[in-house]
Design a protein around this ligand. Structure first.
Ligand code: ASP
Length: 460
């Protein structure tokens, strides 16, 4: 509402928001009133104010939540504040109601909070989120997500939620587990990705699926990685690698360009894993010049032709990216025969942007024999294969369409858009560096009664 005042000169308005700052000049008082749209200057003149307004004027301090009724006035030429979008107007208050007082905040939310101690910022995250930078980051996150969603809906994708209480998956990192009260001694796992469910939705005939999915991985937290993150998760039937890459590229291009960003090169350049390793020594890289970095340019690129397998410490094989992937067609015979393993390439494609991996996916092995061969190469016995992916092999026996997909990390993408280098700056309630929740003090101990109900005892 604050920002609308510029169009309402001469009119009476009712504004609700927070006292961003207050200045007193003799009998006159000024407050910068903040709401989600921004700031507007309010003038407090006792003679103009209601009785309760006069009382309120004495009490108002930073971060008080208030209602102000007043008349929008054009400011004199010398009074115009060019730093504010509402700088050509001010609101002459007629009435002020204190909706809620505020204690003195533990840090100044009207300044850049990034230098403030992280534990303090996260303990009072709801105050940190009042700061301009975090308000903007979350607005941008919302705009990016809505951009992707609008594109996908227009392309006839359907948004479907998949379970959070699920089975441990062989997808690379440690699972978070949840004890099952009704089956003591058994556990659910939180999904590291909706990989298997989204493939089952292709078996089910939905053809084009997406989800803003939360993924949970019990890894040591790092600057660009937390216990949970969100991904734009996509799966499509009757497609090849080109189709998926084409759709994702169009979605990203439309979304970020509509937000005002410039993409360095279109179509996105492509490089093979081998070339990338030879040229950059890594499978992610930053193609921007110093000057482009300053201008906030986005340099996307695809990396393709990854090796399917890599050696394990004990001399066996494990997958590099995704066990559900299809090998490249020219390696299918090797794959099925379990030979030439070190040279088998997979249909994996990674999207890189400004030095980060911003997404990755593949065409899937929709034929049960191919998926089985992947697990054989990784040294699984028939029993172990059944245990681990028997349900997928069974499902793939019922007319499963060729399919493939991708997941884009929302936080990584927003980090690129905002230039932030920490994941926590683009999440509303991130974990602290020592892996505790913001505001609420978790993880925490459970009462004995709860442990008993779950059939658990804690080793001291
Ligand atoms: N499941 C993969 C991941 O979460 C993405 C995909 O292949 O669709 O990284």
């Amino acid at each position: 509402m604050n920002c609308e005042t510029v169009g309402l000169i001469g009119q009476t308005v009712v504004l609700k928001g927070w006292v961003h700052g207050r200045r007193d000049m003799g009998k006159l008082g000024f407050i910068d009133l903040r709401d989600r749209s921004g700031l507007v200057q309010v003038v407090l003149v006792p003679a103009e104010l209601s009785e309760r307004g006069k009382e309120a004027m004495k009490e108002l301090r930073s971060e008080y939540c208030v209602m102000i009724e007043g008349v929008v006035q054009k400011r004199g030429e010398k009074q115009v504040n060019n730093d504010l979008p509402t700088g050509m107007v001010e609101v002459l208050a007629k009435d002020v109601e204190i909706l809620n007082a505020a204690k003195t905040p533990p840090f100044d939310v009207t300044a850049d909070t990034s230098p403030i101690n992280e534990e303090v910022r996260l303990k009072y995250r709801y105050l940190d989120l009042r700061s301009e930078r975090l308000q903007k980051n979350l607005q941008l996150r919302n705009a990016f997500i809505q951009g992707c969603r609008n594109f996908l809906l227009a392309e006839k994708f359907i948004e479907i939620e998949t379970p959070y209480l699920t089975k441990a998956t062989p997808e690379g990192s440690r699972d978070f587990v949840v004890p099952a009260r009704l089956q003591p001694g058994k556990f659910f796992a939180l999904p590291q990705s909706p990989q298997q469910y989204k493939q089952l939705l292709m078996v089910a005939g939905f053809e084009r699926y997406f989800q803003l999915a939360r993924a949970f991985r019990d890894e040591d937290p790092r600057a660009d990685r937390g216990f949970e993150h969100t991904q734009v998760d996509i799966e499509m039937s009757f497609v090849d690698q080109e189709d998926v890459m084409h759709h994702v590229e169009a979605m990203i291009t439309q979304t970020v360009e509509s937000l005002g960003y410039t993409i360095k090169q279109k179509p996105f350049p492509r490089i093979t894993y081998a070339e990338s390793m030879a040229k950059y020594g890594a499978d992610k890289f930053d193609l921007r010049t110093e000057e482009e970095k300053k201008r906030g340019i986005l340099a996307y690129a695809w990396v393709v032709d990854f090796p399917f397998f890599e050696k394990t410490e004990d001399g066996g094989w494990t997958f590099t990216h995704n066990p559900f992937s299809m090998p490249k067609p020219e390696f299918l015979a090797d794959h099925l025969a379990g030979g030439n393993v070190e040279n088998i390439l997979t249909t994996q494609y990674d999207l890189v942007c400004n030095g980060y991996e911003s997404g990755g996916g593949s065409i899937r092995a929709h034929d049960p024999e191919i998926l089985k061969a992947t697990y054989k190469i990784m040294g699984y016995s028939d029993d172990e294969i059944e245990q681990s992916v028997g349900h997928m092999l069974e499902a793939f026996g019922y007319g499963t369409p060729p399919h493939g997909g991708i997941a884009l990390g929302v936080e990584r993408n927003i980090m690129n858009l905002t230039g932030e280098s920490y994941l926590r700056e683009v999440q509303a309630f991130p974990m602290t560096g020592s892996a505790n929740t913001a505001v609420m003090d978790a993880p925490s101990e459970l009462p004995k009664k709860t442990l008993d109900e779950l059939g658990l005892s804690i080793k001291k």
